[in-house]
Design a protein around this ligand. Structure first.
Ligand code: SF4
Length: 127
C-alpha cells in the first residue's frame, strides 16, 4: 500500500511540476561596494554570515526537496554584492556539480562585474 501511494504521488508530482522551477535565493554576503539610500541591509560588514559549508548544506537540502517534488532547480545568488563574497566561486563549482541543470542568476552591482559575469555563457541572467 505504501509503495502504491508513493508511486501515485510520484506520478502526480511529475505530471504537475513538469517544466516548473522552484527558485532559491541565497544572499551570500551583506558586503557591498555601493550605499543605496533604499538599502535593506542595516550594515555591510557581513558579521555573522553563513559559512561555505552552511550554504552547501542548504543547497543539499534544496536538492533533496526539488528531487522529491520533481521541480527543476533555479539558484539565485545575491547579496549585498555577490562578487564581494569569497564563497561565490566555490558555490558556483558546487552548484555545477550538484545541480548541473540549474538555471543560475546573479545580481552584480557594477558594470564591470556585470560584463564579467555575462561573458560566462552558463549565466542565464545577470543584471
Ligand atoms: S546594491 Fe543592494 S546591497 Fe548594495 S547598497 Fe544598494 S541596495 Fe544595498
Amino acid at each position: 500500500m505504501k509503495a502504491a501511494l508513493a508511486a501515485i504521488e510520484s506520478f502526480l508530482l511529475k505530471t504537475i511540476n513538469v517544466d516548473r522551477y522552484l527558485p532559491i535565493q541565497l544572499d551570500i554576503t551583506n558586503a557591498c561596494n555601493l550605499k543605496c539610500i533604499h538599502c535593506y541591509h542595516p550594515h555591510h560588514n557581513n558579521n555573522g554570515a553563513s559559512s561555505l559549508d552552511q550554504w552547501k548544506e542548504i543547497l543539499i537540502q534544496y536538492k533533496a526537496l526539488i528531487q522529491k517534488m520533481r521541480y527543476r532547480p533555479w539558484v539565485i545568488l545575491c547579496g549585498g554584492e555577490p562578487l564581494a563574497s569569497p564563497h561565490l566561486l566555490p558555490l558556483l563549482s558546487f552548484i555545477k556539480q550538484e545541480l548541473p541543470l540549474s538555471s543560475l542568476r546573479a545580481y552584480p552591482k557594477t558594470p564591470a562585474a556585470l560584463k564579467a559575469m555575462t561573458a560566462d555563457t552558463r549565466w542565464r541572467q545577470a543584471s
